[in-house]
Design a protein. Structure first.
Length: 662
């Protein structure tokens, strides 16, 4: 930290902080028309001139791009500063006399219209003042570089390179128009005819700005996508390894963030909806396949994302990025989900190593953990509907039954390690130490996916959900908000992964209220219907409860359906317990009140299991109460009435279960 003084006020700043930012932190306003925090300083307008004194020597600098490297004193309104600043304003006023941003500055500093007439004078109120913000925004924020400066001197202007030949490259994000200080750039739209396109663009730009300024520091979504999570999950013991037995592995770095950063060759914003330039999709060009029907071909691999790197990588014990990428390509080509394949393959591999399967039963496939070529062959067999792939392709729920009936597997063991809920394979997070996330998976109406609620960090790492009631509140709020995304066709990633830099002003920082508010503006801008943050949740709650009733009508949707495999809750095997013995022994001692010192490991596993299963039942009780459901997980008639969905045919479905529960 460096101590500096600005206009007599002392402060400390980090080395490299610009003088303009330092002044802003003190509440000192230095004018600047070419500056915006989301793009690199440019120093074009020269309005931010400031006098600095270092070791008794003074000079004038532009505050927007002057980095503080040593102790100094700055004067933002000295006689010389004001003389130069007024001169700049006068020249601007002579050329652009009616631009509001300039006339306001002229009034502030007492600058009158110059007596001379500028040869390039324009009377337009929305004239381009050549600040360069749009050029830098297109390059730095959007990564498109569609617009640039053209010409020199008096002919200098903003344009698209090669004029009309470049129009198709513009993705229509309107970031340039939003960052322009004069309104010189006009947006002509919109084929979808939103009620208030300007409102959508305004809040879209706010999101784009946050992404540009914060993503590299927080998530690296624009550069490497969700694959950045591999390193983080491994560090927190959350990376699924060997069918969710463990949460980390020494070789995880081989499929981590920096590996994929070097592999990705396509990395451009998707522009899937106005205001978001997250660039969450990445691809590998010219990837040469080694197996399958396209062996020897060079292809484009769309990904991998975290779920693929973890599911088709660490969870099956494969740490070769080329095998992960090839599994990624063929899953996409065959129309198979990489999560379900990875989790299903991990289940098969554990059954193989446990002796339930062997070479004869798998048709010669040596399906041990880490055997990437065998995993690839299994994938091809699944796609062809041949060999052992015909069994594996049915998913974990059916494999559990088949392995018990045909191969003599222990049904309880298969149930404990078969990572599926409601027939859907678990996505790739180890939840043993996060009770809230255990509920986030097993309570999800569609099955074990984290689209409804991703609460591991809130619960396990940040300890923000200490009680059943706090967990239940999160398991109410997040599923409702994320359901809303599906209802209106928006993506959750910008809201979920890019948080405001300072959350201290928000009472519930991890719900990111500023972003929830942003989505209310999107909704109102498109539909013309005003809605509150609570209204978003209410809208989803109606749909969510109706979905639960529909599940019930189909023979599901009760408490018994909201249980996942025990491996999602705790260690199934002695091997798992021993791998984290210090952690589990401490929990037995401090949480269960049992001294583990003289107990055999098998008994420790059993005692811990009873405790964790009781905890999960307590979570279900709290969640059902918060959601307004019976203790069997059925929406009450009172809740349906409150939501306005107590239609006769809906009540008819739930009524017998109300009586049974009572």
């Amino acid at each position: 930290m460096i101590t500096i003084k600005i206009d007599g006020r002392e402060t400390q700043v980090e080395s490299g902080t610009t003088l303009l930012n330092a002044a802003q932190c003190l509440g000192i306003d230095i004018p600047a028309l070419c500056h915006h925090p989301a793009v690199e300083p440019y120093g074009a307008c020269r309005l931010c001139v400031t006098e600095i004194s270092i070791n008794g020597r003074s000079r004038i600098v532009t505050a927007c791009n002057y980095p503080v490297r040593q102790e100094l004193e700055a004067f933002t309104a000295s006689e010389e500063v004001l003389r130069q600043r007024k001169g700049v304003i006068g020249m601007m006023l002579a050329r652009w006399p009616n631009v509001p941003a300039i006339t306001k500055l002229a009034a502030r500093y007492g600058v009158r219209q110059p007596s001379y007439r500028h040869p390039l004078r324009t009377e337009a109120e929305d004239a381009c003042i050549l600040c360069g913000l749009c050029v830098r925004a297109c390059d730095e924020m959007i990564w498109e570089n569609v617009i640039t400066f053209a010409g020199r001197g008096a002919t200098r202007h903003v344009a698209m390179p090669f004029t009309e030949a470049n129009f198709d490259r513009c993705i229509g994000c309107a970031t340039c128009a939003q960052i322009c200080p004069t309104g010189a750039i006009k947006v002509i739209d919109d084929l979808n005819n939103p009620v208030d396109a300007d409102r959508i663009r305004k809040f879209g730009f706010r999101l784009t700005q946050e992404i540009a300024m914060l993503d590299d520091k927080q998530c690296s979504m624009r550069r490497v996508g969700t694959a950045h999570l591999v390193d983080i999950m491994d560090a927190y013991d959350l990376l699924p390894t060997y069918n969710f037995k463990f949460g980390s592995h020494p070789d995880a770095k081989k499929i981590g963030h920096h590996v994929w950063l070097t592999q990705f060759t396509q990395n451009i914003p998707d522009g899937c909806w106005v205001g978001c330039e997250l660039s969450c999709a990445h691809a590998i060009d010219d990837f040469e396949l080694t197996t399958g029907p396209y062996a020897g071909h060079k292809v484009i691999v769309d990904g991998p994302e975290y779920e693929t790197a973890a599911g088709c990588g660490s969870n099956i014990g494969v740490f070769d990025p080329r095998i992960v990428a090839e599994l990624n390509f063929y899953c996409d080509t065959y129309g198979l989900d990489t999560i379900s394949f990875g989790t299903g393959c991990a289940f098969v591999m554990e059954c193989y190593e446990a002796g339930i399967l062997d070479l004869e039963k798998t048709g010669g496939l040596d399906l041990r953990f880490g055997n990437g070529p065998a995993a690839l062959e299994l994938l091809h067999q699944m796609a062809r509907g041949e060999g052992f792939g015909k069994i594996a392709g049915q998913g974990i729920r059916q494999m559990k039954r088949i392995f018990a009936e045909r191969f003599g597997g222990d049904p309880q063991f298969l149930q404990d390690i078969g990572m599926e809920s409601k027939g859907l394979e678990y996505s790739e997070y180890v939840t043993k130490e996060s009770l809230a996330q255990q509920g986030g998976y097993a309570l999800a109406l569609k099955g074990a996916q984290h689209d409804e609620a991703w609460l591991i960090f809130m619960d396990m790492v940040n300890k923000q959900l200490p009680t059943f009631e706090a967990k239940a509140e999160a398991l109410h709020y997040f599923p409702m908000f994320r359901t809303w995304f599906g209802l209106v066709g928006l993506c959750k990633l910008p809201w979920n992964d890019i948080e405001p830099a300072d959350n201290a002003e928000y009472p519930e920082p991890n719900k990111v209220p500023a972003h929830v508010e942003g989505y209310t503006h999107y909704f109102a801008g498109v539909t013309g219907r005003e809605i509150t943050q609570a209204g978003l949740i209410r809208m989803s709650e109606k749909v969510y409860n109706f979905q639960r009733v529909f599940n019930l009508r189909m023979g599901h949707g009760r408490r018994s359906d909201d249980h996942g495999p025990y491996r999602a809750m705790g260690p199934v095997t002695v091997e798992e317990y021993v791998s984290r013995a210090d952690r589990y022994d401490k929990q037995l001692r401090e949480l269960v009140g049992v001294n583990p010192d003289d107990l055999p490991v098998e008994q420790k596993v059993a005692v811990l299991r009873r405790y964790r299963e009781q905890q999960y039942e307590g979570l279900l009780d709290a969640v059902y109460k918060r959601r307004g459901w019976t203790n069997d997980g059925v929406p009450t008639i009172a809740k349906l009435k409150d939501l306005g969905i107590d239609f006769p045919w809906v009540v008819e479905v739930v009524k017998p279960h109300q009586e049974k529960s009572a």
